[in-house]
Design a protein around this ligand. Structure first.
Ligand SMILES: [Zn+2]
Length: 473
């Protein structure tokens, strides 16, 4: 049903919206650059991976079988440095932070990738790409023993980022200890230094450069030419530009057909200015910090739902400002949606794509995954549910939420929020029973007193035909 209309998406490569046509009808191969696992993920990672999770879910909702590959970079300068600082092996460090990253992604409601290759398991594949680059004259051994890529040999260099070699030249400098022939060249294979992880290769003991891992692993799972390559905005240059240069030079065919990049995430300071998130500015949020704070504020298990909703309600290419006021606003929005579902349970029938809100939701998602417009349909549905009490509309609301993986929790639990922390739930239940008995005995003074006591703890009582429930004020 959803695939009746074409899906249009913006490709960074063509700089325009294009009708998406997978190489094989009904099958999509998608590679998204993952995390360098030396520390906890920050909310910028959360933004990127939720963006691609929503993209993948919509491709699947349209009936595609999606092969989603997201790599784990487990060999890199930062990893080597951090492991040395902590006095542990790089393997122990990367195992620890791979697990932490997987937990964070699960907390944010992201589907696990179909494949999650670790760079160190694909050293052989990387060496064979480098071997092809030697054969075709794009790779050379520099005078320091590193293997480098000769950027000027590749005709299309700069086509993704829109940078020309002349733009790049003035800023590029050759480091004193580098063996590059040209400052624009980048490393494919680094010769071994004492104490660093290394593997044997035809060019001596060493380790791979960063860019080569994605060329090798995307090809391994998806082929030399595949559908979608994505990542965060800071990867366009040089990482993705270099991936294209390596893969297209080695294989002699176009690499990914569509390039998708999520927008930036900035932190809004108290004075309203937007800042890049950085540890030195003390505005750095790991996903864990953000989950802890939002769980405390909105109730255990609710923080992750609020964060996911917050990070997806902006279109994936638009910038997101992060601050606590905006998170509270997202919580209010999600509360309105859950409120509608709390009042009217769905009728359990399947989603009807012909229903006008669902059709408008699909149109928005088919227009470059326009989540704010799609989510506006959810608010309209919630208003209609509140007005009509129609279980068929409540079902539509919950089923459209399922496509974005929101609104799937128990509405009562979400609405109780953090109020349960002010008073144990058991005690609240007892007071509700006592109030019912007081009302029955026409002791309205006591009934009101109980209501006021609970209100002072941020707990609002709701009298419904099914009995009294409560929620966070
Ligand atoms: Zn990559």
């Amino acid at each position: 049903m959803t695939s009746a209309k074409p899906l249009v998406l913006y490709s960074t490569l063509s700089r325009k919206k294009e009708v998406f046509k997978p190489r094989v009808e009904g099958k999509v191969g998608m590679y998204v650059c993952g995390v360098t696992v030396y520390d906890y993920c920050h909310i910028g990672h959360g933004r990127t991976f939720i963006a691609f999770d929503v993209i993948r879910r919509w491709l699947e909702a349209r009936g595609n079988e999606v092969t989603f590959v997201r790599n784990v970079t487990d060999v890199d300068d930062k990893i080597i440095r951090r492991a040395a600082e902590r006095g542990i092996s790089t393997k122990d460090l990367t195992d620890e932070f791979t697990r932490a990253m997987q937990e964070d992604m699960e907390s944010l409601g992201c589907l696990a990738p179909t494949y999650e290759p670790h760079a160190t398991d694909f050293i052989g594949d990387m060496q064979s790409v480098i071997g092809k680059l030697f054969e075709k004259g794009y790779a050379y051994v520099g005078k320091d023993g590193d293997v480098d890529y000769a950027v000027r040999k590749f005709q299309g260099y700069g086509k993704l980022s829109g940078k020309s070699l002349d733009d790049l030249e003035p800023g590029a400098r050759i480091g004193v200890d580098s063996g590059k022939r040209d400052p624009l060249d980048f490393v494919l294979w680094k010769r071994a230094k004492p104490g660093e992880p290394h593997w044997p290769s035809p060019w001596g003991e060493g380790r791979p450069g960063w860019h080569i891992e994605c060329s090798a692993m995307s090809c391994h799972y998806l082929g030399e030419n595949f559908d979608i390559h994505g990542g965060g905005p800071d990867l366009i240059f040089p990482h993705h530009e270099n991936e294209i240069a390596q893969s297209e030079a080695a294989n002699g065919k176009p690499f990914a057909n569509y390039w998708m990049h999520s927008g930036p995430l900035r932190v809004r300071a108290a004075d309203g200015t937007e800042q890049k998130m950085s540890k030195s500015l003390h505005n750095f949020w790991t996903i864990r910090d953000a989950l802890k704070e939002t769980d405390e504020k909105f109730g255990e298990g609710n923080g992750s739902q609020v964060l996911r909703f917050f990070l997806m309600r902006t279109q994936y290419r638009s910038p997101i400002s992060f601050n606590t006021g905006l998170i509270e606003d997202a919580h209010k929005g999600l509360t309105r949606l859950y409120d509608a579902l709390a009042g009217v349970p769905g009728d359990g029938k399947p989603l009807d794509w012909a229903e006008p809100h669902a059709a408008a939701f699909a149109d928005a998602m088919n227009d470059d995954f326009n989540t704010p417009v799609a989510i506006a349909q959810l608010f309209e549905l919630a208003n209609d549910v509140n007005r009509t009490k129609d279980p068929a509309l409540a079902r539509q609301l919950k089923a459209l939420g399922a496509i974005l993986n929101i609104l799937q929790g128990d509405p009562a639990k979400f609405l109780k929020g953090a109020a349960g922390a002010a008073m144990p739930e058991e005690e609240i239940r007892k007071l509700i029973e006592e109030r019912a008995a007081a009302k029955k005995a026409r002791n309205f003074a006591r009934a009101d007193e109980i209501r006021d006591t609970l209100a002072s703890k941020g707990i609002t009582l709701l009298d419904t035909p099914q009995g009294t429930t409560w929620r966070s004020a």
